[in-house]
Design a binder for this molecule. Structure first.
Ligand code: NIG
Ligand code: FE
Length: 415
């Protein structure tokens, strides 16, 4: 027997329905139900519409009734499609060095940067990694983030990457949010690897990829294409084998130099993320593809550099998602809504574009069709913000916190 729950009335429900995946959006395109209600059936949305109609349906179904007595705006649970929240240690010292004038790449060359986190993550026990992921995922949940992609990439050996991905899988079982794992063994060439970068990639693809499949640890393969990491040519055989084995591909692209976005397009990647350095050529390339262009404002804020050209990407017709990149190095803040709101002010994005970027467009960046909108049959991942006007959510730049968050129909946050 299904358990039906009727919730509402909400002052506004932003369903995010009927909006295109690609290109610019006007706020007028937002589908807003005034005085709306939602019926949940177990973990899914059963009905959404004006409260008067939906409540009648709820009565017929003998639905449990959760009355919303104050002004609330309901929107789909946020989706953070790019994070590195599984890690050991802290890079507070790197942050101080950067702000004293050293660059991210200089710090990395001097032995800090990603390698420092690799050292600390290798020292960490599986249970401490699980605890770290759970703590960060729970904090995200209080901000309305109900689905979180989590990358490996601080192990950089077969055993250590497996340790991370197994920790992410266990954390997923223990927390309320959905964690979507991605293998980022191609984050950088491990400093202690005694053969060529090509040998490292070959070893990962031949020995680690099959285990990922067998243990169902990840369906997604990512690589950092950048000076000091992997070049477009060196990554080609790696992505070839990933594709052959049926993995989705995603790329850390065009962060400090271009090249990565072209690789993403060539390999039909599901997303190309960062894009701070993308110019006209890259923008056109992405806009004419099905690759979701993901802006990571948290990395721009963390590194003190410019934002990805989200406005130009949208105007050119690209699908733009926004993710936090939460990681101990370049993006330590980990507050998706703050960052998305700030990207909106700098890039002049409409509220519809920002909200699409952290809901259904972010779902597309993860290949998830079952969430990101409030529609019958989709997951009941919902946020209720204590306001009567949806514009307050971005206007308050992340400081307006959800009162209620449902994850798969279960009330996960109630403050
Ligand atoms: O997306 N750019 C490469 N990787 C991460 C940073 C990881 C780190 O600095 O630890 C990023 O910004
Ligand atoms: Fe990243």
């Amino acid at each position: 027997m299904k358990k039906y729950t009727l919730i509402g009335p909400f002052k506004q429900i932003l369903t995010m329905s009927g909006m295109p995946l690609k290109g610019s959006l006007m706020d007028e395109q937002l589908n807003i139900i005034e005085n709306g209600g939602i019926i949940m059936a177990d973990e899914k949305i059963y009905a959404v519409g004006p409260y008067s109609q939906v409540s009648e349906e709820g009565n017929n179904l003998n639905a449990e009734n959760l009355l919303i007595l104050s002004d609330m705006v309901c929107i789909p649970g946020f989706i953070d499609s790019h994070t590195h929240i599984c890690f050991g240690g802290s890079r507070a010292n790197d942050y101080a060095l950067r702000n004293s004038g050293k660059t991210y790449l200089e710090i990395a060359k001097a032995g800090g940067g990603i390698w420092d986190t690799v050292t600390e993550t290798r020292k960490a026990t599986t249970s401490s990694l699980i605890e770290g992921v759970k703590t960060r995922a729970d904090r995200h949940l209080t901000h309305g983030v109900t689905t979180i992609e989590v990358k490996s990439g601080y192990g950089l050996s077969i055993q250590e990457e497996l340790k991370m991905l197994r920790a992410i899988a266990l954390a997923n079982e223990q927390c309320q949010s959905d964690l979507i794992p991605t293998c980022l063994a191609a984050h950088m060439v491990p400093k202690d690897y005694n053969a060529s970068p090509a040998d490292y990639l070959l070893e990962i693809s031949t020995s680690l990829f099959p285990i990922l499949k067998k243990e169902q640890l990840a369906n997604r393969i990512d690589a950092f294409i950048e000076e000091g990491a992997f070049s477009p040519t060196s990554i080609a055989p790696y992505f070839d084998s990933a594709k052959e084995m049926g993995f989705d591909i995603t790329v850390h692209a065009d962060q400090f130099s271009t090249g990565g976005s072209a690789v993403a397009v060539k390999y039909g990647a599901i997303s190309a993320d960062h894009l701070e350095d993308s110019g006209e050529k890259e923008i056109q390339l992405l806009a004419n593809s099905n690759v979701v262009a993901t802006a990571l404002p948290g990395a721009s804020i963390g590194l003190g550099c410019h934002y990805a050209p989200a406005r130009k990407l949208l105007d050119a017709g690209a699908a733009v998602a926004i993710a936090s990149d939460w990681n101990p190095g370049s993006a330590p803040m980990g507050n998706l809504l703050v960052q998305a709101a700030i990207l909106g002010t700098f890039e002049k994005l409409t509220n519809a574009e920002v909200l699409a970027g952290i809901t259904y467009r972010a779902a597309a960046a993860l290949g998830l069709r079952d969430r990101g909108k409030i529609e019958t049959g989709l997951l009941a991942d919902l946020i209720a913000f204590p306001t009567k006007n949806y514009n307050e959510i971005l206007y308050q730049q992340g400081m307006l916190l959800p009162s209620l968050v449902w994850k798969k129909g279960r009330l996960a946050v109630d403050v």
